[in-house]
Design a protein around this ligand. Sequence first.
Ligand SMILES: *Cc1c(COP(=O)(O)O)cnc(C)c1O
Length: 220
Amino acid sequence: MTIRENVQKLLAELPPGVLLVAAAKGRTPQEISEAIAAGVPIIGENYVQEAERAFSVIGRRAQWHMIGHLQRNKAKRAVEIFDMIETLDSVELAHELEKHCARLGKTMPVLIEINSGREPQKSGVLPEDAETLIREVAPLPHLKVLGLMTMGPRFGNPEEARPYFQETKKLFESLKALSIPNVEMKYLSMGMSNTYRIALEEGANVVRIGTKIFGERPEG
Ligand SMILES: *Cc1c(COP(=O)(O)O)cnc(C)c1O
C-alpha cells in the first residue's frame, strides 16, 4: 500500500470530527508531502530540529503539532513552527512558551500530556496533578488549554491500553465540568497505529498515526 492509499483508507474510517495527525518522526519531507497531498491535515513532530527541516520544505500546507517531549530551551523555535503543543507537562515550560508567544503576538493552543501509565521514565503529568497545572496555565494570556493528550504504556496486545484511555477520558470529563476560565476541554488526543480503534471507542477525537500511514520505521 502506498502512503496515499493508507491515508485515504484511514480518512474514510475515522468518524466525522476526529482529527488525523500523521506522526512523522524519521520520515522524509517527501513522505510527509505525500501524506498531505492525500488529505492529512496535521503533521505531528517529536523533535524541534526535525520539524524545522520538514517545515522548511512544506511550510503551512499542513498544520504542525508538537507530540514529543519539548525541552524548555527549544520553546522559542517551537512556537515559531507549531500550531499546537500536545505535550505541555510543566508550569516552567508553560512560562517559557508564554514568553515567546507574547513576543510573537501569537496564542498557542496546548494540550496537557497525561502520564496515564504512571511510568516514572515517561513525560506527562500524573492524572491527579493535571488540574493544578491547568489552573496555573489558564491565566497565561498567550496559551490556551484545549484538552488532554496521552500515550499510555506500550503493550503487545492493544486491548491492554483501554484502561489508560478510559482513565484519561474520565479525567477529561471531570476537568471539563470544572469550567475553568480560559480553558476549553475540546480535544482528547490518544491512540496510535495499533490502538487508535480502541482510543476512538473510549472517546478520543485526535489520533496520532505513524506506522499505519508511512510503514514500519527502519529501526522498528
Ligand atoms: C510515534 C508516535 C506516534 C505514532 O506511533 P505509530 O505506532 O507509528 O502509529 C504517536 N504519538 C507519538 C507521541 C509518537 O511518538
